[in-house]
Design a protein around this ligand. Structure first.
Ligand code: NAP
Length: 255
């Protein structure tokens, strides 16, 4: 029975991924912080025939999350781990991000992701089998002035993931980095600004699953926005940053 662990499964892309993989003969291990929303996603997945376990936990709790992953993996080895939980940071007025928000964003989006990924790397490389997906963002290539800590964390995740992929391949572990463009989710919903080529969370989940099946190094979408974001790194910074003007945004208050 394939065993799939998804962080940030209580909402948006994580919840859509859980629903995508939910089927008879699949075990899903779902985590998020909001117990009620997490259980609602779990119920839908159980209705589709999946065996579902949930755990409400904050990815910043390194000891607790590591212990839980080792315990879960000891019970049934994890085949696929999707490191997805994140917040978007930024400042509600569009002004400078506060220290508090920047640290919180880095703690969740980068350190929190490593808190999940690294124990999985140890376990999977030890047995020579497994797959990891790191959910980064097109902001990793095209840093957003209104979300510096978010962009920095996503770029670090991209670099860390691609470097690690090379090391893990001979050990039998596959690792992909996912860089989505705009996806309609509660996170996207707090952003007031232009969101070109926005797709649904269901569509994003299907594209991620397809990319993982093919063991893509980078799963980037939509293709045109990904090409622009990746290509923008090659032009002088003054031109790239001027081009980002249309992508300025403000946050609505968080839920
Ligand atoms: N939406 C987009 O346009 C977009 C674009 C590019 C990349 N992404 C990336 O896609 C991923 C999913 O985003 P989304 O749009 O689906 O966002 P979302 O709907 O806001 O969902 C975020 C998830 O992360 C969880 N989470 C946040 N902080 C956490 C913490 N400290 N500990 C544990 N879980 C935590 C949330 O759990 P609770 O709600 O239960 O706290 C929720 O399940 C993120 O990595 C995001 O950066 C999104």
């Amino acid at each position: 029975m394939p065993v799939i662990l998804i962080t940030g499964a209580s909402s948006g892309i994580g919840a859509a991924l859980a629903r995508h993989y939910a089927a008879e003969g699949t075990r899903l291990v779902l985590t998020g912080r909001d117990r009620e929303r997490l259980e609602a996603v779990a119920r839908t997945c159980r209705d589709r025939g999946a065996d579902v376990r949930t755990r409400s936990i904050d990815v910043r709790e390194r000891e607790a999350i590591g212990a839980w992953i080792r315990e879960t993996d000891g019970y049934t080895p994890l085949d696929l781990v999707i490191v997805n939980a994140a917040v978007n940071g930024g400042h509600p007025s569009g002004g400078l991000e506060t220290e508090e928000t920047a640290f919180e964003t880095a703690d969740i989006n980068l350190t929190g992701a490593l808190n999940v990924m690294l124990p999985c790397v140890t376990l999977m490389s030890g047995r020579g089998r497994g797959q990891i997906a790191l959910i980064s963002s097109l902001a990793a290539y095209a840093p957003l002035p209104d979300a510096p800590a978010y962009s920095g964390a996503k770029a670090a995740l991209l670099a860390h993931g691609l470097a690690l992929r090379q090391k893990l391949k001979p050990l039998g572990v596959r690792l992909s980095v996912v860089t989505p463009g705009y996806v309609k989710t509660p996170m996207g919903g707090v952003i007031k600004g232009w969101r070109p080529l926005e797709i649904s969370a269901e569509e994003a989940a299907a594209r991620i699953a397809r990319g993982l099946e093919r063991d893509r190094d980078v799963i980037a979408f939509p293709a045109i926005l990904a090409a622009i974001a990746r290509g923008a790194l090659l032009v002088p910074e003054s031109i790239r940053s001027a081009g980002l003007h249309g992508f300025r945004f403000r946050n609505r208050p968080r839920r």
